[in-house]
Design a protein. Structure first.
Length: 320
């Protein structure tokens, strides 16, 4: 649950009790930077980026075809996309596979990610871009000139793709043909097959690029501000794709723009506030006590005194 906790006071008339605006925000302790990868031999591994240690988890076995990429869904389960467009649930303990859906158009899918609403996005080496809602089964499909090299991820609400030609692309979900190159990977780095975002808290999202090459996979931190890659370490496996458990949270950025205040009459509980916030594809809820939430961003009948507002987008994350 992303929550803002700005405290403020409503200003009243001179010599009256008042509410004046100031902010106090809360952020939880950082979690470990870990993500999962599937390798060329269809084995799942857990990667701890702090130590660059790779732990083998299980073999993934299915007669539905090899997986080109993996992604966690907000339901907490891991899924994979086969090159043929079959979406499957993967048991992290046993590697057992259960079919969950099928993209009806396109082929050679090698990229997969989910957003906070539980919609999967998939891309292929042939320029296919598809969405699949796991709950309703609704899906879309389009074809563009760009080609997927091997992974999709979100960062600060924007969908990115590692494309052929060693480009990091900004994907226009509404109109994929209008997607653009964000920056080119340097010539010294090639075969980026995996990109994965690790959400530590709502202000700390780290996105990594993983190469596919002999001897293992190099891991680079993507510096979005300077449009460059920062080398971190080398994994002893050849990565097809990666996913982190809260990667979908990077699809929605909770933005807080402030509060409009109507001053209370001296001595009367008739003040009001209007909270201005936004998160794409999210229904925000608001509270003055952190317990009772409402979808209406307007609060009335407020007396003078200190208040703290809470904004919840339902993504189990606290925004600083």
């Amino acid at each position: 649950m992303k929550q803002f906790h700005p405290s403020f006071k409503l200003p009243g008339a001179v010599a009256c009790l008042a509410l004046g605006v100031f902010f106090h925000v809360f952020s939880p302790a950082l979690s470990a930077q870990q993500f999962y990868v599937i390798d060329e031999n269809q084995k799942l591994h857990l990667v701890d980026i702090a130590t660059c240690q790779t732990t083998f988890l299980t073999d993934v076995s299915t007669n539905l075809g090899n997986f080109g990429d993996i992604s966690f869904h907000p339901n907490g389960k891991l899924y994979g996309i086969t090159f043929g467009g079959t979406l499957c649930e993967i048991n992290l303990q046993t590697g057992a596979v259960t079919q969950a859906g099928q993209i009806n158009s396109g082929s050679d899918y090698n990229s997969l990610v989910a957003n906070g609403d539980g919609v999967f996005y998939a891309a292929s080496v042939n320029g296919d871009f598809a969405s699949l809602n796991l709950q309703t089964g609704a899906q879309t499909h389009s074809n563009s000139s760009w080609e997927a090299a091997g992974d999709l991820t979100f960062h600060d609400g924007q969908l990115y793709l590692a494309s052929t030609g060693d480009n990091l692309m900004k994907i226009n979900i509404a109109n994929p043909s209008q997607s653009t190159v964000f920056f080119n990977f340097p010539s010294s780095v090639s075969s980026i097959f995996g990109i994965v975002s690790v959400v530590q808290d709502c202000n700390e999202v780290f996105t990594y690029a993983l190469t596919f090459e002999n001897g293992g996979s190099k891991v680079y931190l993507i510096d979005f501000e300077n449009q460059q890659l920062v080398f971190k370490c080398t994994l002893p496996v050849k990565v097809y794709g990666g996913a982190s458990q809260l990667e979908f949270e990077a699809a929605s950025v909770l933005q807080f723009f402030g509060v409009d205040v109507t001053q209370p009459t001296c001595g009367k509980p008739d003040g009001s506030i209007v909270i201005h916030a936004y998160a794409e594809n999210q229904t925000l809820r608001y509270s003055l006590d952190g317990v009772n939430f409402q979808t209406d961003s307007v609060f009335t009948e407020i007396p003078a005194g200190s208040l703290t507002i809470f904004i919840d987008d339902g993504d189990n994350c606290t925004k600083d």
